[in-house]
Design a protein. Structure first.
Length: 346
């Protein structure tokens, strides 16, 4: 083999293609291919770079097809040696472009090495830098290697999931959530049945305020994954971020039910506390006025709310607030007391 196993020949890919690989966006490959074929620079080099893209996404058959297409685009370059005269002559040719031909032959050599390298050797190449500095898992080369590993993980001597969970556990995620998100997003998309990867990807997207990605991960959850109370907790927190408090309360209710069914009372209480806090926030998220209503009407409605909270919690409104005079410190103290009592009341 031309390259050492820990220095595999991963060719640089155009930015949009590398992004698809890094994110594990298998579903976007065909659109990427259609766009590339409509570009003026479409030719054997681009076809072979896309063959590598397909290989790193686990789409081996598509990669092989693109190698053959590159040969048809430049039949006189010997991209696929025709030792027995079996290949049909292509209609296109790229003439005597010597640099292009050298680039193609190198890409084919690299493709064949990566295509047939044992899965365990790919895993070793991925693991070598990551075990000493786990953030390397978020680097482009390691994401590409992980893509190759995932494409043939059934050939590994043992399950991949526990090893990755041990390597990038809760402590690592908390120390660098940005790097963790890059890795877990790829794993979630490439192994959709892996519940832990889905939870981490959705939770980290929410933390990083990538709400659409979070929604996508949650929508793709299987029925079995929907039995996790933690998934419903993420659903609820996402709803709060989208200012949908009633939906959030419903999701926390489901999380509490599932935690109760599993007899995890401590977890159920955690979700009850979050729901109580959300109930308070939900009041503040209600529209403060009706379209067409005057400012006085909005203020009247706000005053009614304050009086209702004071009555419900047994906390007296400060006199200045009751009379309409400004006193920010006493108003803040009133809100703190009311919030605390509402939480205790459940």
């Amino acid at each position: 083999m031309r390259a050492a196993l820990l220095d595999l020949p991963l060719p640089p890919l155009p930015a949009p293609w590398a992004e698809v690989v890094a994110g594990g966006k298998v579903a976007g490959f065909e659109q990427l291919l259609d766009q590339a074929r409509n570009q003026l620079n479409w030719g054997p080099v681009a076809a072979l770079e896309l063959a590598h893209t397909a290989l790193q996404l686990g789409l081996t058959d598509r990669g092989d097809d693109l190698v053959l297409e590159a040969d048809r685009l430049a039949p006189n370059w010997g991209v696929v040696p025709d030792r027995w005269g079996l290949w049909p002559t292509g209609q296109h040719t790229h003439g005597d472009d010597l640099p292009g031909r050298k680039r193609c032959l190198q890409l084919v050599e690299d493709y064949l090495l990566l295509r047939h390298l044992p899965a365990v050797e790919l895993w070793k190449a991925w693991l070598h830098p990551v075990k000493d500095q786990w953030q390397q898992a978020a680097e482009p080369q390691q994401l590409a290697l992980m893509g190759l590993v995932l494409g043939r993980r059934d050939q590994l001597p043992g399950p991949l999931e526990p090893a990755v969970e041990k390597l990038v556990g809760e402590d690592q995620v908390n120390s660098d959530p940005g790097a963790a998100l890059v890795m877990w997003q790829q794993l979630c998309r490439r192994i959709p049945e892996w519940s832990y990867a889905r939870l981490k990807a959705a939770d980290l997207c929410l933390q990083r305020k990538r709400l659409q990605d979070c929604q996508d991960h949650l929508k793709a959850a299987t029925q079995d994954q929907r039995q996790s109370p933690w998934l419903w907790d993420i659903d609820a927190r996402l709803a709060m971020a989208l200012e949908r408090p009633q939906e959030a309360l419903r999701c926390w209710g489901e999380a509490i039910r599932l935690a109760g069914e599993s007899r995890d009372e401590e977890l159920a209480e955690l979700f009850r506390q979050r729901r109580r806090e959300a109930e308070w926030d939900a009041e503040w998220m209600q529209p403060a006025f009706v379209a067409g209503a005057s400012g006085d009407a909005a203020l009247d409605r706000f005053s009614e709310r304050l009086e209702a909270w004071a009555s419900q919690t047994g906390v007296a409104l400060p006199q200045r607030i009751a009379s309409g005079e400004a006193d920010p410190e006493r108003f803040a103290a009133f809100l703190d007391q009311a919030s605390g009592r509402l939480a205790l009341a459940g």
